[in-house]
Design a protein around this ligand. Structure first.
Ligand code: HEC
Length: 132
């Protein structure tokens, strides 16, 4: 019991530290996305050369959409579970499944889905801040 409480405290402290330094979306982005899309979102992460398709430049999505950030499309692309495969295989992981696998372990199937959805919203919101 004591151990559990200590673990809970440690994770609270960690979250607070992260919140102070950077948003959750940014932390998650650097953790899961920067290897392909690059730290600044320009599509030049270190894994780029191993992929067939170039990871998308995430900094001009609004510009290429007539000035409006395509939030729902970005959300759906990151989630990936409901995407219709258009041009061949998707090289990007299907984050909806990837996140849910972890989140369901901690929060159960229903709670896990809520947390997964929130993580994707945080990411889409963070990408919105990268627009040039
Ligand atoms: C293994 C490399 C890889 C990782 C990791 C990755 N992506 Fe991607 N991503 C791609 C590639 C490649 C594309 C280009 C489209 C495709 O593959 O169909 C893409 C496309 C996208 C698009 C579509 C942009 C558009 O033009 O509409 C978004 C949004 C996106 N990624 C966000 C993310 C986010 C957020 C993460 C982290 C949770 C992430 N990606 C992690 C490789 C990656």
């Amino acid at each position: 019991m004591k151990l559990l409480r200590m673990a809970a405290c440690a994770s609270l402290t960690f979250n607070a530290a992260v919140a102070q330094e950077m948003s959750y979306g940014e932390a998650e982005y650097l953790n899961s996305c920067a290897v392909c899309h690059g730290v600044d979102g320009k599509g030049d992460g270190p894994l780029r050369d191993l992929l067939i398709k170039r990871p998308a430049d995430l900094t001009h999505l609004a510009e290429r959409n007539g000035g409006t950030f395509p939030y729902s499309r970005v959300f759906a692309t990151i989630d990936g579970r409901y995407a219709i495969p258009s041009h061949g295989n998707r090289e990007m992981p299907v984050w909806g499944y990837q996140f849910l696998e972890d989140d369901a372990k901690t929060y159960g199937p229903t709670g896990g889905e809520v947390v997964t959805t929130e993580r994707i919203h945080n990411l889409a919101g963070y990408i919105e801040t990268l627009q040039h």
